[in-house]
Design a protein around this ligand. Structure first.
Ligand code: PLP
Length: 461
């Protein structure tokens, strides 16, 4: 690796770290559609939203004009504990793939929670604490968000109550213990603790749960507990805002060496890491200053962006949350039980959904056995053990690099490596034992799930 001018890892100095989050909505011509009150069909004001979210986060949620939000000093100093995240030139992967492409990845797994989720968890916990609240509730699927929020709450002295999707509570007992180590209480969802949980269990006894169910439970508890608010780790505009730190740092690091990516790739569950990674680059594209290709990669078994409808839908199974206009598979959609790779939310960030609808964001889906094969290839080349979620982006980046090998193009590829896979060894085991299968829902299944979209004609809009 001698004589290469670009270092293996590009770090920013502390003084070069971004001091403000970037709000991509400020540069979007077609703004994402507002959240609607399910009772009236009218847009939710910041004031209405602050029954569920804390006030500053509600304000961030509805602000589509302010381009930059200064990051509070306390959050900046927390960021300094694990940021800047390295931007890595994947020299070893390039060599193994024999590609002329230049591959970079932004690695967000460098903290104990193991993913990018901590970037928003600390911001959300900070504003809750500042408002004088005593605790927060949330849902977690694979467990990374719950872990990140537990860490942030422990740091600030807030109570943290996590509803964890039951299948993953059972499959990932160590995730649960990490959260309890940070002082959070963790309940498998659906549970008998909430009205909505009891209702769901009565209808579907023995269900393994879903993110949509766990959200309903967490919201119910937050609204019934004085001094508590609900927080969400993805999908929302406020989360995209906090996650812009990923893209701002990546861009600053690339600018330092005069590198310009041709294509930017990220995995997409609810859209927060991808939205954050692309934000400053997409901003340049929207302002006509530069051009890039952006690719969202989702699992073939939960294909909201590639096969869902762009429509208003419920954000949760219990239908207690505001309605969001997004690419969705319907709030009842639950990926097949053999799905192991995370990214299982039925909808997608309204910001990314709007960009997709406007033709600014491409989307592809990949089957999970190919994702795990790419994960293994990457681990053997680069050393880092990737999270299955991140490996969707790895798969797409490798395919792009292989195309470059065939065409001789020297493209520069940037992808988001969102986290590490240490708690996903059950899924890796299935893959290694040859027991992992792919499940791709039929058009009929998707149409059926979409038939439960809310009937918007009932509102007098
Ligand atoms: C949660 C998570 C994702 C997906 O969430 P987005 O909001 O789509 O970013 C991806 N990778 C990791 C490691 C995660 O924990």
């Amino acid at each position: 690796m001698a004589n290469k001018e670009i270092p293996y890892k590009i770090y920013l100095e502390e003084s070069e770290m971004p001091k403000a989050w970037y709000n991509l909505r400020a540069d979007m011509k077609n703004k994402p559609a507002p959240l609607l009150n399910p009772a009236t069909g009218k847009p939710m004001s910041a004031e209405e939203l602050s029954d569920v979210f804390c006030a500053e986060l509600a304000r961030q949620e509805v602000d589509e004009d302010t381009a930059y939000f200064p990051i509070p000093e306390e959050i900046l100093s927390f960021y300094k504990m694990y940021r800047p995240a390295p931007l890595v030139r994947a020299y070893c992967l390039e060599e193994k793939l024999k590609t002329p492409a230049k591959i970079y990845y932004k690695f967000e797994g460098n903290n104990t929670s193991g993913s990018h989720k901590l970037n928003s968890a600390i911001a959300q916990a900070y504003y809750a604490k500042k408002q004088g609240l005593t605790g927060v509730t949330t849902e977690t699927g694979a467990g990374q968000w719950g872990t990140a929020l537990s860490m942030a709450c422990a740091y600030l002295g807030l109570d943290c109550k996590v509803y964890m999707v039951k299948v993953s509570y059972e499959q990932k007992p160590f995730r649960r213990e990490v959260m309890r180590t940070y002082g959070a209480s963790v309940t498998p969802s659906p549970s008998m603790e909430t009205e909505v949980g009891r209702r769901i269990l009565e209808k579907h006894p023995g269900t393994g749960g879903s993110l949509g169910c766990a959200i309903s439970e967490a919201v119910e508890v937050a609204t019934n507990t004085p001094g508590y608010r609900y927080v969400l780790g993805s999908v929302l505009n406020q989360v995209m805002l906090h996650q812009s730190i990923i893209g701002l740092e990546a861009k600053a690091a690339m600018d330092k060496y005069g590198i310009k990516p041709d294509v930017i790739i990220g995995c997409a569950g609810g859209g927060s890491n991808l939205g954050g990674l692309i934000a400053p680059f997409m901003g340049e594209k929207l302002r006509g200053e530069a051009d890039y290709r952006f690719i969202a990669v989702e699992p073939a078994s939960c294909p909201s962006l590639t096969r869902g409808a762009f429509a208003y839908d419920y954000c949760d199974t219990g239908m207690v949350c505001p309605l969001a206009k997004m690419y969705t598979l319907g709030s009842n959609y639950i990926p097949a039980p053999n799905h192991a790779g995370g990214l299982r939310y039925h909808g997608m960030s309204p910001i990314l959904s709007q960009l997709r609808a406007d033709g600014l964001l491409e989307a592809i889906s990949v089957p999970q056995t190919e994702v795990f094969a790419a994960a293994e290839y990457f681990a053997r080349a680069e050393g880092t053990l990737p999270a299955p979620e991140s490996s969707h982006a790895i798969k797409a980046a490798m395919d792009e690099a292989i195309r470059c090998r065939e065409t001789g193009e020297e493209k520069t590829i940037l992808f988001g490596l969102t986290g590490t896979g240490y708690f996903d060894m059950y899924a890796y085991e299935k893959f290694h034992d040859g027991k992992m299968t792919d499940y791709i829902p039929s058009d009929e299944e998707i149409q059926k799930a979409l038939s439960y979209l809310p009937d918007m004609s009932k509102y007098d809009l």
